[in-house]
Write a protein that binds this ligand. Structure first.
Ligand code: HSE
Length: 296
């Protein structure tokens, strides 16, 4: 049996729409072994399909198929802490788990780049799947089945506080809200900020982060789908965040927080409790390890 541990991810980080993402210390842990039938169970009550429609199974099967191996069935036990449909990369984590688990069971016919390429091809969001595999802060773009990617070292002074609502938002719906074309000035607005973000996160030029996470490509169109989303971003900044933005396609919101600000989380939790009872705040560090596979 193999155990695959995959971190949550937050894509976009404001300006880096569809290209920047970060891994966070919240994990899906999946046990997987070949079996005569499909036998899928979960340990913590999230809805997961128990048949051939299960995403982890489908991704594992895809690896077997691409490697020309037959697969009768698989026993999969899911212990998923990443909340579903909240913009924290739960489906990327399952995609990566299926691919890396199957690859390990087959003796690793796919190298790291092939795993990254397949995960992004299946999932469609290299800004989630790449940091889920590599950990850390990543820039990634998918072109003709290949992911051009780099993991960029991140300055140690930054923590993440995630505001998670009790409602879901599907990525399909959040993408459908975006315009088909954008103005040239809007492209330049984000281009400059995404480049500033990568440089500032690496060097720790923290005073740049509010401007660097600014965005006009996706957030203005998505806030209408997230009740109190704009309020949470505003409050997060008023509480002292270095920057705040929608996590992935939403609805969760992430605040970048200076590590020395030890009371930020309790201030954020108090605001949620007093003003936004449908939201809760939790602190997460950047995951530096990425997805791991262990034979048990
Ligand atoms: N970059 C993607 C989006 C992430 O914002 O739609 C989806 O998880």
């Amino acid at each position: 049996m193999v155990r695959i541990t995959v971190p949550a991810t937050s894509a976009n980080m404001g300006s880096g729409y569809d290209s920047i993402g970060i891994a966070l210390e919240l994990y899906n842990v999946i046990d997987m072994e070949e079996s005569d039938c499909i036998d899928i169970s979960d340990k913590n009550g999230q809805f997961v399909p128990k048949d051939a429609n299960n995403l982890i199974y489908q991704c594992a099967k895809r690896v077997y198929d691409e490697c020309g191996k037959s697969l009768r069935g698989m026993k999969i036990v899911e212990d998923c802490a990443i909340p579903q449909t909240r913009g924290l990369g739960s489906s990327s984590a399952c995609t990566v788990a299926g691919i890396m688990g199957a690859n390990a069971l087959l003796g690793n016919p796919l190298d790291r780049q092939a795993v990254i390429d397949l995960a992004a091809t299946i999932e469609g969001h290299p800004d989630n799947s790449t940091p889920a595999i590599l950990g850390g802060f990543c820039v990634a773009l998918l072109e003709d089945g290949h992911v051009w990617n780099v993991r960029v070292p991140m300055h140690g002074a930054i923590d993440f506080v995630v505001f998670i609502p009790d409602f879901q938002l599907s990525t399909e719906k959040a993408r459908a809200a975006l315009p088909k074309t954008i103005a040239h000035r809007d492209a330049v607005y984000n281009l400059a900020r995404a480049a500033l973000l990568a440089g500032s996160l690496t060097t720790g030029k923290l005073e740049n982060l509010d401007a660097a996470t600014g965005d006009c490509l996706h957030q203005p169109y998505r806030f209408g789908l997230i009740e109190n989303g704009e309020d949470i971003v505003r409050e997060a900044k008023q509480l002292g965040a270095l920057g705040a933005f929608i996590s992935g396609a939403g609805p969760s919101i992430i605040a970048l927080v200076y590590k020395g600000d030890r009371d930020y989380l309790s201030r954020a939790q108090a605001v949620c409790q007093n003003k936004y009872p449908h939201w809760k705040a939790m602190q997460l560090r950047c995951d530096e390890v990425g997805a791991t596979v262990k034979f048990m």
